[in-house]
Every structure is written in structure tokens, then in C-alpha cells.
Design a binder for this molecule. Structure first.
Ligand SMILES: Cc1cc2nc3c(=O)[nH]c(=O)nc-3n(C[C@H](O)[C@H](O)[C@H](O)COP(=O)(O)OP(=O)(O)OC[C@H]3O[C@@H](n4cnc5c(N)ncnc54)[C@H](O)[C@@H]3O)c2cc1C
Length: 441
């Protein structure tokens, strides 16, 4: 019987397994997929943005989903500690724009290889193709996990695992594995093809644990149908976008956005998506995205600029003047928003019509359904409610022998390496505290 079972072989689970095993505990990490770290493989476009090089004090503000909860974990295992961890194990890193840290090889698989090797070296075992389905427990105490091997993937690993379970393993059938402690690192529910799909949520609620609803964070926004189809493929730089809820501004960002099929993506939309998803879920309000297409120009300056163009190109149509101001695909939608006829000769455009045009350029408004679905999100907001967890140890407050780490908890951050550092720091703390708790007995 192992001392500790870690459920989930992602960033948090592998780190928890390593630190627990390095403390001297016997550790088994269960991963349902054929290989560990499937989600890590797709982070940073396959390059794995392992952390951010900013001062550790800047991590909490970059974790808008309850970053404060991780304050202690981030102090116990900082981004510098993480980089030292990788460097000592032969993984060189590079720091790029915005402090984003990547492996120098540019390959996520090298990060995963270091983690799996470190687990093995510390004496921990990784068993893939095995899915945890629940707990062995009695009131107040966790004493193991229930699991089943997953189809054919279980066969290869089953050979290995069978010895551990004294020949009990049968493909597809449910078994139990006793342990002194269980660390749950099953991740969120986005990009379900990576193995993190929320399958373990029922097991957690069956224990009586409080969970916050799983919602998308860092996901494109979803416009109402018929509003952005003609803009698909268009990227806008240096614009200011505001999310309006029942006409009131609730979030504002300056930067870059992109119109994609069925959505509006790009850094500023991803950043605001967390708020939009919550409004969509909790409040039945009308949502809109208002884009200032010329934030550097006040309405007066924009009017002066349009007047100059009208005087210089007095034989043009209104559409030709607007084209000098905006990218081609935006001309017709902006004129439509202003109820103006693009074919009209500019010599006939009135002051009132110019005012309507300026309003449409400064407040180009798109009605939103909300965000794209959770399956398309980079991060999941929600998860195990933080009131259930001690932030200094990652230990469940109401159940002995139970720990959490990573995205399964109600914590989420911005892009830039903050989510992986959150997973590594909480995994580190959960592994150490679970092992210390067992070994001191
Ligand atoms: C497209 C994309 C890009 C991203 N880019 C970045 C980035 O550049 N930087 C960054 O910091 N973050 C990034 N993230 C977020 C980051 O990948 C996650 O926050 C991080 O992987 C969370 O780590 P975790 O260990 O908690 O969960 P995961 O990495 O999701 O690992 C959970 C593991 O548990 C396994 N599992 C689930 N249920 C069970 C079960 N019942 N039994 C056994 N195993 C189970 C899963 O198969 C999975 O391997 C990105 C995410 C996506 C989707």
C-alpha cells in the first residue's frame, strides 16, 4: 500500500508526487490518459510557458481568480525556486516578452520528461491509463481511492499496476487502492481531450465538499449571430474595448483583439472573459462589447481629421473617407451602425451625420451572448471551494488525509505562465505537507 496516491499526472500532480517522494513517502501518481501532462503539451503553443519571471509579489494580481489564496504557496515555492528546480535537472530556460519563461528547447515535452524523470528518481511511480472514480473513506477520513483501468491503455500499465494491487486489476472493473493520503490534482474542465474534463467532480461532491460552478476563464467572447461574420479574420491593434452589462461598463482593456469564427479572441477579450462568463452565469443581464476603434483621438480630434479628409478628397464617397480611417472589413459595419449610406458624396454629409459616424467609430458595439464554451477555455474558473482548503498546506479542512493542488481548486490566472506556476506551487506544498504529515506519525 502506498503512503500517498496522487490523482492526475499534470503539472500539479507530477510536482506533488515528486516533492512527496523526495520527502521519503511511497507515492503512486494515477493518470487516466496514456501519457502524463497532455495539457502541458499544448501550453504556450506547444512550447510550455512554465512560469513568469516577474517578482513573485506580482503573481497574486495576475491570478484574478482568488490569487490571494495562493500567497503562502507562492512564497513556499516561488518562480525562482521552480526555475532552479528545472535548471538543477538539466532544463535550460529562456525568458521572452512579458516575462514569459519557456524551455530553451522550445519543446513542452522536455518539461514533462524532466518531471517524470524526477518522480521516478525520487522513487515515485506513475501509472497511466488508470482513472480514479472515487474515494475509500469514512466520515472525517480518506483512506484510499477507487479506480478503474481505462480501456486498452490500462493493459500496458496494468502489468505494472497489477503487482501493486496484488493481481486485482481487471480492465474496466472498479478496484480500490488504500493509502494514508490522497492528493487530488485532476485539473479543470477545459480542452477535455487532454484528460481534464471534470470527470472527478461527482466524486468530490459525494464527499460533501463545496464546489464553485466550473466556468470558462481566458476564452473568446461569443457575439450574437449575424454581427461579426463579415469581420472573421480581422485583427485590431491599439483599440479599447469595454464590456457593458445592461448598458453599464464593467470591464475595460486596451490592446489587441481578433475576430474569429463564432467569437472575438485576442488578449484583451481573453482578459475580460472571466467577468463576462460570471455575468452570463450568475446575472441575467444584457451583455455588449463596445470597441473604441480610435482611442488615441478624442471625438473633436476625430471630427477634425474627418473634415480634413473631406476637404482634401471632396469628390469621394463617404465609404472612401471611412476607408482612410479604418481597415476595409470595418467600413460597411461601421456605416451600418451609424445608419449612413456609404455611397453618399462626402460633399453632402451633414454635421449630424459626421457625429453619428464618430459615435460608431468610438463606440462600435457588438451584442454578446457571453463567452465561448468551457471546453474552449484556456483555464477553468471555479472548482473546489477555497473555504474547504488550508492555504498553508493545501489540506482539506474537514477530512483527514485529503489534499488538493492545481486547477481543480477555485483559482485561475491570466496568460503568461501564472496558471502553471500556481499548479507547481500548490503541488509542491501539497506533496510536502502530505508526506510530512504521514512520516511524522
Ligand atoms: C490551450 C492552453 C494553453 C495554455 N497555456 C498556458 C500557458 O502558456 N501558461 C500557463 O501557465 N498556463 C497555460 N495553460 C493553463 C495550464 O495548462 C493549466 O492551468 C495547468 O495545466 C493546470 O495544471 P493541473 O495539474 O492543475 O491540471 P492539468 O494539467 O489539467 O492536469 C490534470 C491531469 O489529471 C488527469 N485526470 C483528470 N481526471 C482524472 C482521474 N479521474 N483519474 C486520473 N487522472 C485524472 C488529467 O488527464 C490530467 O492529465 C494553458 C491551457 C490551455 C488549455
Amino acid at each position: 500500500m502506498p503512503d500517498i496516491v496522487v490523482i492526475g499526472g499534470g503539472a500539479a500532480g507530477l510536482m506533488a508526487g515528486i516533492t512527496a517522494a523526495e520527502q521519503g513517502a511511497s507515492v503512486v501518481v494515477l493518470e487516466r490518459m496514456k501519457e502524463p501532462g497532455k495539457k502541458m503539451m499544448i501550453t504556450g503553443k506547444g512550447r510550455c510557458n512554465i512560469t513568469n519571471a516577474c517578482p513573485i509579489s506580482e503573481f497574486v494580481p495576475n491570478l484574478p481568480g482568488n490569487g490571494k489564496f495562493l500567497f503562502s504557496a507562492l512564497q513556499q515555492f516561488t518562480n525562482e525556486d521552480l526555475l532552479r528546480f528545472f535548471q538543477e535537472r538539466g532544463l535550460e530556460t529562456v525568458t521572452e516578452r512579458g516575462g514569459r519563461v519557456f524551455p530553451a528547447s522550445g519543446k513542452a515535452k522536455d518539461v514533462i520528461a524532466v518531471l517524470t524523470k524526477a518522480l521516478q528518481k525520487a522513487g515515485g511511480r506513475l501509472v497511466t491509463g488508470v482513472q480514479a472514480t472515487g474515494f475509500v473513506w469514512k466520515p472525517g477520513k480518506i483512506s484510499g481511492v477507487r479506480y478503474r483501468s481505462v480501456e486498452n491503455d490500462g493493459r500496458r500499465e496494468g502489468q505494472d499496476f497489477r503487482s501493486l494491487t496484488r493481481g486485482k486489476l481487471k480492465l474496466g472493473a472498479e478496484h480500490t487502492l488504500d493509502a494514508d493520503a490522497v492528493i487530488v490534482c485532476t485539473g479543470g474542465a477545459s480542452y477535455p481531450g487532454t484528460g481534464s474534463d471534470g470527470n472527478f467532480v461527482p466524486a468530490l461532491t459525494n464527499l460533501g465538499l463545496a464546489l464553485e460552478p466550473l466556468l470558462p476563464a481566458l476564452v473568446p467572447l461569443e457575439p450574437e449571430e449575424g454581427f461579426t461574420e463579415e469581420l472573421e479574420g480581422l485583427s485590431l491593434k491599439n483599440v479599447e474595448a469595454t464590456v457593458l452589462a445592461d448598458g453599464k461598463p464593467v470591464a475595460k482593456e486596451f490592446g489587441e483583439l481578433q475576430f474569429i469564427r463564432g467569437g472575438i479572441a485576442g488578449p484583451i477579450c481573453l482578459t475580460m472573459s472571466r467577468k463576462v462568463a460570471r455575468l452570463q452565469h450568475f446575472n441575467q443581464c444584457e451583455l455588449e462589447l463596445s470597441i473604441d476603434l480610435k482611442p488615441a483621438l478624442s471625438e473633436e480630434k476625430l471630427d477634425a481629421r474627418i473634415m480634413r479628409d473631406i476637404q482634401e478628397f471632396s469628390k469621394s464617397t463617404l465609404a472612401e473617407i471611412v476607408r482612410k480611417l479604418l481597415p476595409g472589413p470595418l467600413v460597411a459595419p461601421v456605416l451600418d451602425a451609424a445608419f449612413l449610406d456609404g455611397k453618399k458624396p462626402v460633399s453632402q454629409v451633414s454635421k449630424e451625420e459626421r457625429a453619428e459616424l464618430i459615435k460608431a467609430v468610438k463606440h462600435f458595439t457588438i451584442p454578446l451572448i457571453g463567452t465561448r464554451p468551457l471546453s474552449e477555455a484556456i483555464v477553468t474558473a471555479g472548482g473546489v471551494a477555497l473555504k474547504e482548503i488550508d492555504p498553508r498546506t493545501m489540506k482539506a479542512k474537514r477530512l483527514a488525509g485529503l489534499y488538493f493542488a492545481g486547477e481543480v481548486m477555485d483559482v485561475d490566472g491570466y496568460t503568461g505562465g501564472f496558471n502553471l506556476q500556481a499548479a507547481f506551487s500548490s503541488g509542491y506544498v501539497a506533496g510536502i505537507s502530505a508526506a510530512k504529515n504521514i512520516l511524522k506519525r
